[in-house]
Ligand binder design. Structure first.
Ligand SMILES: Cc1cc2nc3c(=O)[nH]c(=O)nc-3n(C[C@H](O)[C@H](O)[C@H](O)COP(=O)(O)OP(=O)(O)OC[C@H]3O[C@@H](n4cnc5c(N)ncnc54)[C@H](O)[C@@H]3O)c2cc1C
Length: 400
């Protein structure tokens, strides 16, 4: 059994297949637990604790570190590019879990999808505070304290909320900047934020963010950008040095070369058993998954990828049943002690919303050792003020 992709969907399928055994092909030896990435960016969590080692998470699986580059559906082989060269792998069943990739990142923008990008964004924001502090010109200071996020899905909403919290906390060290207005702008082409979530969470999050002074521009896109300015489709010009691109992901481009059926958005079409064709299966963000308990295909969320993985592992183990999952609710963090949850019709905000969100993420996080590390980080964050040090920019000294 070959599982292509060690993200949320692929890693859970391999874990749940247990002793049935699987080979995971993944360019990284870890699964990125994306719901915790914004907290890695804001410094609440140690970045390393937001990833789970695949070899520990899936002890019965084999890991082949590399990228799938081609598949022969008739011969049932896959070509994998590894550090040790190209390998031809034979499979009896193939699971496609390649996820999505960001659309082309516009000029002057930063992407936010991987751990290194989260650390880079944190460093960039802290650098802007330093630069604003050093600026003598008031207009330039305001420009450096203006942060624009394009894409109001989970990544954009949570990253904006966490980083605005980080700057609020950091400003205690910058007395000259306290009176300079800060501007946080969230942009999305959809008519509301968190558009992929079919629940009231988006409206709820919008009210919370607006109450904090975040400017929300929905129903418009980024028309053009430079490293000094973002221009929106509605004609708004925003002078900024920080443009974060979390808009629009595309299903993995390799899917187009595999000869599997795709929908108009480029997602693999699967039936209710999550099957593409005989011996080929797909799930997660790269697939269009029909849900018999909902009137629309699944949105691209961890919650759905996990439920699909549970069903697929059973289907591959000889108990094929149609996939169906009724969403019980959705949660999101909006910074330290601030969260929103819409669970079983109950809407929570502030500390209770944050507590429910955290508990839910902790419950989903695999491995007790990972859970404990995260709990320790959160406990330390409760007791101490936020760390505002830049990471990853220490140059290697000569001779090292
Ligand atoms: C910053 C961020 C925050 C998010 N927050 C939330 C949240 O709070 N709640 C929520 O429900 N959802 C959230 N999401 C969405 C969620 O992460 C996705 O829906 C989920 O990860 C989908 O799982 P997946 O396995 O399909 O894709 P991914 O998790 O993206 O995994 C795809 C995997 O395929 C691998 N891969 C790529 N190319 C190849 C190749 N050629 N060969 C082999 N492997 C390859 C990648 O390395 C990756 O490991 C967030 C997403 C982001 C980016």
């Amino acid at each position: 059994m070959l599982v292509a992709g060690g993200g949320f969907a692929g890693a859970y399928v391999a874990r749940l297949l247990g002793e049935r055994g699987a080979t995971i092909v993944s360019p990284d030896n870890f699964m990125l637990f994306t719901p915790l990435l914004p907290e890695a960016a804001s410094g609440t969590l140690e970045p390393r604790h937001t990833v789970v080692p695949l070899r520990a998470m899936c002890p019965d699986a084999d890991l082949l570190l590399g990228s799938l580059t081609a598949v022969d559906l008739e011969a049932r082989t896959a070509t994998v590019e590894t550090d040790a060269g190209q390998q031809l792998v034979h499979w009896d069943e193939l699971v496609l879990a390649l996820g999505a990739v960001p659309r082309a990142v516009p000029a002057g923008a930063l992407s936010f999808k991987s751990l290194s990008e989260a650390i880079h964004l944190r460093n960039h924001v802290l650098r802007e505070l330093e630069a604003a502090d050093a600026e003598l010109d008031d207009t330039a200071r305001r420009e450096r304290l203006t942060f624009v996020f394009v894409g109001a899905g989970y990544a954009g909403v949570e990253a904006l909320a966490e980083l605005s919290d980080l700057t609020d906390d950091a400003l205690r060290f910058y007395p000259r900047l306290r009176e300079v207005p800060r501007r946080w702008v969230l942009v999305d082409a959809a008519p509301k934020i968190l558009p992929e979530i079919p629940s009231r969470l988006g409206e709820y999050a919008a009210r919370e963010l607006e109450a904090r002074g975040v400017e929300i521009h929905v129903g418009t896109t980024l028309a053009s950008s430079t490293d000094r300015e973002a221009v929106l489709g509605d004609g708004t010009h925003i002078a900024t040095r920080t443009l974060v691109w979390t808009a629009g992901v595309l299903p993995h481009p390799l899917l187009r070369e595999l000869g599997v059926p795709l929908d108009e958005r480029g997602r693999v079409v699967v039936d209710e058993l999550l099957r593409v064709r005989d011996h080929v299966w797909a799930l997660g963000d790269c697939a269009r998954v029909p849900n018999r308990k909902a009137d629309h295909p699944d949105p691209p969320t961890c919650q759905h990828a996990l439920r699909q993985a549970r069903r697929l592992a059973k289907n591959l183990s000889g108990d094929p049943q149609p996939y169906g999952y009724r969403m019980l609710g959705q949660v999101a963090t909006l910074g330290r002690y601030k969260g929103i949850a819409d669970v079983l019709g109950l809407r929570l905000r502030g500390f209770p919303g944050w507590f429910v969100t955290r508990s839910y993420h902790l419950y989903q996080l695999p491995l007790t050792s990972r859970k404990l590390r995260v709990v320790v980080d959160w406990t330390v964050a409760l007791l101490f003020k936020r760390d505002v040090v830049e990471l990853g920019t220490f140059p290697l000294s000569e001779g090292h």
